[in-house]
Design a protein around this ligand. Sequence first.
Ligand code: NAD
Length: 476
Amino acid sequence: MERFDLYIDGSFDAGAARFASFDPATGAQWAEIAEAREAEVDRAVAAAGRAFREGPWPAMTATARGKLLMKLSDLVQAAAPDLARLETRDTGKIIRETSAQIAYVADYYRYYAGLADKIEGAHLPIDKPDMEVWLRREPIGVVAAIVPWNSQLFLSAVKLGPALAAGCTVVLKASEDGPSPLLAFARLVHEAGFPPGVVNVITGFGPTCGARLTTHPGVDHIAFTGGPETARAVLRGSAENLASTSLELGGKSPFIVFADADLDSAVNAQIAGIFAATGQSCVAGSRLIVQDSVKAGMLATLAERAARIVIGAPGDMATEMGPLCTARQRDRLHGIVTASVEAGAKLICGGVLPEGPGTYYPPTVLDCTGLPDAPCLREELFGPVLSVMGFTDEAEALGIANDTAYGLASGLFTRDLARAHRMIRALRAGVVWVNTYRAVSPMAPFGGHGLSGHGREGGLAAALDYTTVKTVWLRT
Ligand code: NAD
């Protein structure tokens, strides 16, 4: 049985107790995980507070911090095959996807390594001849970074990279589901040589570990990724310590296809957009909004392509879709699919629970045309389920696309440039992908509004979010 420890104040820590981690492909326990409860959270926050206020971290130059981040990036790259295997084993995400994503993780650390010494203050040409006034950009303090189970290495890189570049210290909380890749990542933090307490990596359950961390008086900023319901608990928690927050939450992203689009390219993007990561992605293109004249053809092609998806062991390079992460998630998903069919949605393919071990679910397409309130259209499903609506014209497409409380990503397929611009202006989403889907870059801000949260990750602005401005007045 493999064992994974917490990482607090530069040491590996066995935690308050241990809990089991299960392999989603077989349902069998494969690892024992150290659990952080209140005492471990307190130790980690205290260590991060000391590291923030006392040496050597605050005395380190921005360039030196950047070098440490660069070293971390190199170590992540060198350990990529091991980290990918762990993530696949612990979450069921297929090895093709975890291997590809680790390359991005190293890229994000490299990007923020380069940015560390480019976070600049400003000088104000104030209207007083005997005064010098300038703005210092200073790190915000101790950051609690909380991530969900999917893409934990990636979702922590978009927090740790800018936070460390800005000079903050961090308590990173891995999800209780599939935490082993982040606890293994802590060994790379140690090897890179970050001073004790600068990065602490813990895991534990929401009501104990998560709640203690978000209410802790020693926390200055909470960078949270997860579901909207948990985000509400996080915000209530932050009412205690008045920490600032950034929230990256769920999505119900529209994927709009006009009849004039390159339909082959649209189908390829839609297949990847909804079935990659077995649909367990915040940017899953989960609502296909397709022009009536091409709808029947597109549905037939999607069903035919869905039937050809190779479903199998996540660790096998030939596998194109793996299991869901947990049985809890599969039960919820199947319940919503069943309720949607009962409400009148037409099952185009999938929707049947497979026999056998593991938490597998088939690629599923539901035609919900005329049923705007079908449960599968309203809720984030976090699974391989595509809900389809037809439309006649641009105004109707836009109305359906924006008929959601979420506002994270959106996809648009058309060859009409003027229409693309009109739609880009009117779509209520933090990201619009036109004739492509799911592209990301460390340089490009990412985030949403409404139930999808607030704040942006990626790019220079994200690093500035981990700073605060000190205004200095000096009489000469
Ligand atoms: P979740 O909200 O259940 O859990 C997220 C994290 O919050 C976990 O670490 C959990 O332990 C912790 N947590 C739970 N209760 C807490 C509490 N009371 N206080 C503090 N922390 C608490 O999410 P999940 O099911 O693990 O992940 C799926 C969700 O994450 C989906 O909604 C998905 O869309 C979203 N997500 C968003 C993005 C994005 O960038 N916008 C990316 C990936 C996933």
